[in-house]
Design a protein around this ligand. Structure first.
Ligand code: PBG
Length: 347
């Protein structure tokens, strides 16, 4: 029997057949072998809308993000469109006096969200307009549905959500995005839209939405946080411990007619994004939620790292995990940076 050849030299003297660093030695080669890129078409910009005129209100928990009145929203939305951002997601900030137990204002065709959609579709053609479908901006308890006897009731809420989706689509929303996590809402919304002749309206389902601490700044921004502390949504939003259950939620929403599915929050759930993309191959979105954005800002403001670098890395991670697009409060800023880089590389 032949003895196998053994290289008796010390390891450091053996020739290295592979030197992965060769592919990293200069930017030109790093660029050539880069597996994922972030482009402006990957971005969806979430915006907070308030009543009034000329209003730009900063949000303490979200540095760099403002609540905008519709006229100001149009200014920024035109900028977003010019930079190539495909879509905005509109979140209305409703005064407490207009909230009630049933979230009645959610189906008001002249409510703030619907007026914003009308203005956007008239003034910024070509920009996709996404409307959040859930009752939390409109209910006095800050829940996403109708709250009765200590819990959010499912089927009755679904009926209201379906009406809300129709009213929103009629106002000019191209996409309705149920973020409520009620069972059966996607099917009910699809049926209601089709019955109203709105078969072209897309449904973006927040399919795997977790009961997360990272929504804190958002709830402050829209005023759905309650003085008693955070609203407990664990009877409808998912348990952060579960990933297989997310696949079941996504499967159901796709069966019911969702065109796009979303995982939310983003960075703490990259494994879920990857599994959803691999299993279904459907258009899969990630939401870099308010708490993720705030966390990065806080780190940068404390001098722990560079804001642009950390932000970039966090967004690239979504692409690596398989996301087709990312909802991020930094969309406009990133789009501007991408635009500047492109101009620089052309010159
Ligand atoms: C409400 C809704 C929430 C977010 C988007 N839609 C908050 C919640 O479920 O309490 C969170 C977004 C963010 O934190 O950036 N249906």
């Amino acid at each position: 029997m032949e003895t196998p050849h053994v290289d008796a030299r010390p390891r450091y003297l053996r020739q290295l057949a592979e030197r992965p660093r060769r592919l990293r030695r200069a930017e030109w080669v790093r660029a050539l072998v880069r597996e994922h890129v972030l482009v402006v078409h990957d971005l969806i910009w979430p915006v907070f809308v308030v009543e009034g005129d000329g209003v730009r209100e900063s949000i303490a928990a979200l540095p760099g993000v403002s609540r905008l009145s519709i006229d100001q929203l149009l200014v920024d939305a035109r900028r977003a469109r010019a930079l190539g951002v495909p879509a905005v997601a509109v979140f209305p900030v409703v005064p407490d006096t207009q909230k009630d137990d049933l979230g009645t204002r959610a189906i008001d065709p002249n409510g703030l969200a619907c007026r914003a959609a009308r203005a956007l579709s008239e003034s910024v053609p070509g920009l996709g307009i996404i409307g959040d479908i859930a009752l939390d901006p409109y209910t006095s308890q800050g829940h996403d549905g109708i709250f009765r006897d200590g819990d959010v009731v499912n089927d009755e809420t679904v009926e209201v959500l379906a009406r809300m989706a129709v009213v929103h689509a009629q106002a000019g929303f191209d996409v309705v995005a149920p973020s409520d996590m009620m069972d059966g809402r996607v099917g009910a919304i699809r049926a209601a839209l089709d019955a109203a002749g709105l078969e072209r309206t897309l449904i973006l389902s927040y399919a795997a939405k977790y009961a997360s601490a990272f929504y804190g700044p958002f709830r402050q921004a829209v005023g759905s946080a309650r003085p008693s502390g955070s609203v407990d949504k664990r009877t409808y939003q998912m348990d952060p411990a579960n990933a297989r259950e997310a696949l079941r939620e996504v499967a159901l929403d796709l069966e019911e007619g969702a065109d796009l599915v979303m995982v939310k929050p983003g960075l703490p759930y990259l494994d879920v994004i990857r599994q959803v993309k691999d299993r279904f191959g459907a258009p899969t979105l990630a939401y870099q939620v308010s708490g993720e954005y705030a966390m990065l800002r806080a780190g940068a403001d404390a001098g722990a790292f560079s804001w642009p670098d950390a932000l970039w890395e966090s967004l690239l991670a979504f692409k690596r995990a398989g996301a087709d697009a990312i909802v991020t409060y930094a969309a406009l800023e990133i789009a501007e940076r991408l635009g500047t880089e492109q101009a620089a590389s052309r010159s």
